[in-house]
Design a binder for this molecule. Structure first.
Ligand code: NAD
Length: 246
């Protein structure tokens, strides 16, 4: 028996990185998954590999129209029990150097995308009698990192939005939690950080568990938060960072 048998989950940013890991794991746990992403080739290929339990939709999380398409795909599975707001992008720039255009572009995906997701999923989750929303924030929403001005802003905002949504959606049986990964290896984002091997080794030495996280580490927590095993958890912010935030 899977931990998510019978549940339908909408997952954003599902084509690669952690999203692809979550998609595989959700299907393995018995869920039906609507996989959204802007990377059509990778997303479609993974959905095909996963079979009838997975459907890919081209879904830019900053677009209201695309959200309507993703929600319609969930309706095609008959219901919606969970949403994982995973899509995100990173931008390395000091506050003094970043253009306003770049700041807005990042917020449109990381923050507005989550905001749309919360609003668009609500009616179907209500219809299902409740559900679970997992917002992917970051360790960068728990402490400050110079050079990540727009990224940190977006992830701190997602942390706050999660709390408000947990309060507002709770009476409908909808739980809303945020997760805060530290450095997670083998993701597009980790690979694009631009850090030298020396810097990476220094960062690793500061993690109490002395290793970066794996995609599986995060998928395990996502499954838990979507499952009935976490049925009394809402408004929680969960670091997945080897003990770095203490
Ligand atoms: N990798 C890390 O170390 C790390 C740490 C903390 C938090 N996170 C967060 O985890 C989430 C997943 O990131 P990842 O590390 O797997 O990175 P990734 O770059 O491998 O995957 C991100 C996915 O989001 C998709 N995406 C980008 N813009 C989109 C848009 N407008 N609409 C829909 N999809 C879009 C990408 O195409 C990609 O498939 C992100 O929210 C990220 O901020 C990552």
């Amino acid at each position: 028996m899977g931990q998510l048998d019978g549940k339908v989950v909408l997952l954003t940013g599902a084509a690669r990185g952690m999203g692809a890991s979550h998609a595989r794991r959700l299907v393995a746990e018995g869920a039906k998954v609507v996989m959204g992403d802007v990377l059509e080739g990778e997303g479609k290929a993974l959905a095909e590999e996963l079979g009838e339990a997975a459907r890919f939709v081209r879904h830019d999380v900053g677009s209201e129209e695309d959200w309507d398409g993703a929600i319609a795909a969930a309706r095609g599975f008959g219901r919606l029990d969970g949403l994982v707001n995973n899509a995100g992008v990173l931008q390395n720039a000091r506050l003094k150097d970043e253009t306003h255009e770049a700041f807005e572009r990042l917020l449109r995906i990381n923050l507005h995308g989550t905001w749309w997701g919360l609003r668009k999923a609500l009616p179907l989750l209500r219809e299902a009698g409740g559900g679970s929303i997992v917002n992917v924030s970051s360790q960068a929403a728990m402490k400050s990192y110079p050079g990540l001005s727009s990224y940190s802003t977006s992830k701190w905002a997602v942390r706050g939005l999660t709390k408000v949504a947990a309060q507002e959606f709770g009476p409908d049986g909808i739980r809303v939690n945020s997760i805060h990964p530290g450095g997670i290896e083998e993701t597009g984002m980790f690979g694009s950080s631009g850090a030298s091997e020396e810097i990476i080794a220094q960062r690793k030495a500061l993690i109490p568990l002395r290793r970066f996280g794996s995609k599986k580490d995060v998928s395990d927590v996502v499954v838990f938060l979507l499952s009935d095993a976490s049925s009394y958890l809402s408004g929680v912010e969960l670091p997945i960072d080897g003990g770095s935030i203490v």
